[in-house]
Design a protein. Structure first.
Length: 241
């Protein structure tokens, strides 16, 4: 799945777009963020594909009846599986009309060497520092307090060969798009068959990955520095390779 990611800064976002996209709403940079902290991520939506918005990671469906239900939903809605997204209650009314691009410059997955030894990897695209993941979004309003939550979930697909090697337990990966392909995901006229055709694992030859230092996902504040992303050698990986 995808529960650990790295978000781009404003300059990196600007470099991704060929045409003007307003980035004044995004000035936060995370070298590392844990999905369960429900931090905001930069997104482009089908409804407004020319402006960066901030949506919290962890989707809350608009039909959630109260804050307790909203808080419960977002914990279980960081990821949406492509294979059953058309049937899942939180996503089935969104995939057809509320698709979004969620921008990252990397995500983290763990490779299991043994039951008790797992090695974290930083994964991204070759020759493209920032990239888009496909997602869905929604807005929830608390009927009592008026609180508004703009939220999103990252869609995942079965792993390609590279990700099957790294994420060797659950065999999943985010739905990823290159710069050249990303805007088709926001086409409002896509039919169900077109959407399904886009929800495929990215070619592994477009991706890169390397092991990094082991970390405690419960303490993300310790890892928001550039050194956190540096490659680390683990002798035990030779047993797998």
């Amino acid at each position: 799945m995808c529960y650990h990611a790295s978000a781009p800064d404003r300059t990196e976002l600007d470099d991704l777009f060929d045409h003007a996209v307003r980035t004044d709403e995004w000035d936060t940079y995370y070298h590392y963020l844990n999905g369960y902290s429900h931090k905001q991520l930069p997104v482009l939506t089908v409804e407004d594909p020319t402006a960066i918005h901030k949506n919290s990671w962890g989707l809350v469906a608009s039909w959630a009846k109260d804050k307790e239900k909203a808080d419960m939903l977002r914990k279980g809605c960081l990821n949406a599986k492509s294979e059953d997204i058309w049937e899942t209650a939180s996503y089935r009314n969104l995939i057809g009309k509320k698709r979004c691009l969620i921008f990252l410059n990397g995500f983290y997955e763990f490779r299991h060497v043994t039951k008790d030894d797992k090695i974290p990897y930083l994964v991204g695209l070759k020759n493209q520092k920032t990239f888009a993941t496909g997602g869905v979004y929604d807005t929830w309003v608390d009927k009592i307090t008026g609180e508004v939550r703009n939220t999103c979930a990252i869609i995942t697909t079965p792993a390609n060969p590279l990700m099957a090697k790294i994420h060797n337990t659950k065999l999943r990966m985010p739905l990823m798009f290159t710069k050249e392909a990303m805007y088709e995901w926001l086409n409002p006229k896509l039919a169900k068959s077109d959407i399904n055709a886009l929800m495929q694992p990215l070619d592994e030859n477009l991706m890169q990955a390397h092991p990094i230092m082991k970390f405690n996902p419960q303490k993300p504040e310790l890892y928001n520095n550039a050194e956190f992303k540096n490659p680390v050698e683990y002798p035990q990986l030779a047993l797998l390779d």
